[in-house]
Design a protein around this ligand. Sequence first.
Ligand code: FES
Ligand SMILES: [Fe+2]
Length: 477
Amino acid sequence: MSKIEPENIKPEIMDREVMVTYPTEAFLSKDYLEAEKTLLWPKIWQMVERETDLPNPGDWMTYNVAEESVIVLRKDDGSLKAFHNVCPHRGRQLVSVPDMIPNPHSVHKDHVHDVRGNNRKSFVCGFHGWTFDLDGQNTYILDPQDWGEGGLTKEMTCLSEIKVDTWGGFIYINMDPDSISLKEWMGRAGEILDHFDLAGMHYKWRQWAIYPCNWKTAIEAFLEPYHVAGTHTQLLAYGDYYALSKQYGLHSVSSYDTRESKFKMAESAGTTRAGKGDDPRVSTYELIKENYETVNFSASTETLVKAASRLKDELPETATAQECIAHWIKSAKADDAARGVIWPEVPPEIKAEGGLAWGLWPNQNILHGETFALCYRVRPYGDDPNQCVFESYALERFPEGEAPETEWTYAEATGENWGSVLAQDFSNMEFVQKGMKSSGFRGPLPNPHQEQKVINLHRNLADWMEGRGAVTLVHKN
Ligand code: FES
Ligand SMILES: [Fe+2]
């Protein structure tokens, strides 16, 4: 007899902002983590790396998620190719990828984010020497006659190719040959973010850690601004953080909102907004400066902070919040133009719809502006639902040729490494993971207005996980 799964809610129901809940198995269950290995990770479009990390022919890198390892490379004609990182002979990883944190039983003693290199012409398996070209075709087998005449075919001895595509300057892969295209996958979220030209930005910094919570617990800590008042209490001195959130099918957006008139997404609903207080010339500067400096110098730029610092000198006391924002943006744009950083022209209605930050399902977050983006990615780590690979990185638009050289840096989850605001987020995540295990926890009660991105994460997961962890109505009628 087949088990009848509870019915997962539909997006239209979510839009009515009804009360919902979902079970904790997606965060806690080993069995669920095992199921993700077959139902989720090999079936979805997922971000591998920035395109600029593989600029030249022969550049290559590995990407690991759950049990899967993938090789992505750039060919001579400039196109990208991706293969499963496995030799078709007897299954050795073609490129050895040690565990991300040093395994005490392994000879590898370093943290390994990924394995990469340049000038590749071929891949040679370390076990019996089978060799493959950059199209994945086999070019050498020792003693092929031993398999008999016609025994080994081209199809049997080539690498297993997978889909690769790019969006926003990111490389994405999908291991499912039957998947929809990346463009379709990104949908309206992709169209909106295209206006911000993420492809023209470069890494400012990039860090990673192994963190003690499920990957969903981690990404959810950065999906909604509802936690700002409780977690980042110091930020309340400068602004209000009431938020709205909205599903866009797979993906979802959040934005600052006002309690008085809900759903009014304003052009200043993102990071470039006025601070609170009597003098918006002063408070706008205080808000942006505090945010920038305590979020590891991201989610804004030095140009924006400096331009805000001049508001008091450049505008009269009578300036309204609106006038402050308009002047601030105009002068920051001019300052950037003078140093060769040209802002993309984002139509006001797109800016409004684009809001503050996007959750790109399932494991990528982007808080965007015209000249910066603060991003997160999480992946499961090992076979433990209580661990994840946590990554955060800042992108910025730099003058031509002036982007800094960066690489993935392993950074323990401390305030010194990540800034005081992220340290506050870290101080919750581990204990959400623990708290959800309490027999006294009746299940999540996400805010239907402000935490829809969290709800939408689970709604989509349930769709992919054959109904497991379904999101259901709290009040049935
Ligand atoms: S497993 Fe690769 S050549 Fe044998
Ligand atoms: Fe936070």
